[in-house]
Design a protein around this ligand. Structure first.
Ligand SMILES: NC(=O)c1ccc[n+]([C@@H]2O[C@H](COP(=O)([O-])OP(=O)(O)OC[C@H]3O[C@@H](n4cnc5c(N)ncnc54)[C@H](OP(=O)(O)O)[C@@H]3O)[C@@H](O)[C@H]2O)c1
Length: 251
């Protein structure tokens, strides 16, 4: 661990665990779980872009805040971490919402606002802590594992998103059972891929902020995967019995 944990980073990570417990009982109301009693809504694509773009902007702002006014340049290692972050969010904030067939989809404003708040803190904290990293003199085996998890997780996430996208023809809004790829083993390989990515990033960066983000990602996505899994089993009598929610053969 390059940086030591402070009461703030411990509290931030503990909040993720509390959030996971809440989400096990209250599924976030967007997508198939949207509900009409969560206040005003806005177009899903607009809400998605706004809430996700905040993350890379906050990371850059956190870096800038830490570097200014000395303006020391970042090492190759630090630049690599920033590139991984920006690459992920280029896909998530701009390419993904452009590719998705969202026409009439809406999102509660409260979901967008809570994601904006999360991404401001998460992006900013990661930016500040990446700047504080003392670059390693050699790449350790743990870092290679982290990089492999990040790249493999991103590939799984993007591939799984593409399978979901292929399930609807233009103008359709219903749901089908996804098949192929990692859907052979789990209901939500897009979430599994996302969790692998940020676990890999945490191994690479080894900062409390990066570890906290990996915990937050699991805290958000494991309860949601369990909700999706239950929903599929209720909707489709023929839903594959061996398929788990998010961790192959386990959960
Ligand atoms: N890092 C984090 O904490 C975090 C948090 C949330 C999301 N994410 C990432 O953001 C991405 C999207 O998340 P999400 O929660 O919106 O994912 P999702 O519930 O799997 O939905 C993704 C898209 O696919 C459509 N879809 C899902 N299942 C379908 C089916 N059976 N048939 C037809 N269409 C289907 C959805 O339509 P509907 O909208 O109509 O359901 C939606 O447009 C994921 O890759 C996830 O990893 C990350």
């Amino acid at each position: 661990m390059y940086l030591t944990w402070t009461p703030w980073t411990i509290a931030w990570t503990a909040l993720a665990v509390v959030t996971a417990v809440v989400l096990l009982f209250r599924t976030a109301p967007y997508g198939r779980h949207i509900r009409s009693d969560w206040g005003p809504t806005l177009p899903h694509r607009l809400g998605w872009i706004v809430m996700e773009v905040i993350s890379p902007v906050a990371l850059i702002a956190g870096l800038w805040w830490s570097i200014y006014p000395s303006m020391e340049s970042l090492s190759g290692f630090q630049m690599g971490l920033v590139a991984l972050w920006l690459g992920h969010y280029l896909y998530r904030a701009l390419i993904y919402p452009y590719l998705m067939r969202w026409k009439e989809h809406r999102m509660p404003a409260v979901i967008m606002l809570s994601a904006v708040g999360f991404n401001l803190v998460n992006g900013g904290l990661n930016g500040v802590q990446i700047e504080a990293i003392v670059p390693p003199t050699a790449i350790s085996p743990m870092m290679w594992v982290g990089l492999s998890l990040f790249v493999g997780g991103l590939a799984m996430n993007v591939h799984s998103d593409a399978i979901l996208r292929s399930l609807r023809k233009p103008g359709e809004s219903g749901y089908r059972i996804p098949e192929g790829g990692f859907y052979r083993w789990v209901t939500c390989p897009n979430y599994l891929g996302e969790m692998l990515e940020w676990t890999g990033f945490a191994l690479l960066a080894a900062t409390p902020a990066a570890v906290a983000f990996a915990v937050w990602t699991a805290a958000n996505l494991i309860p949601r995967a369990l909700s999706h899994h239950k929903w599929y089993k209720n909707q489709f009598a023929v839903y594959p019995r061996h398929r788990k929610a998010v961790i192959p053969f386990v959960l």
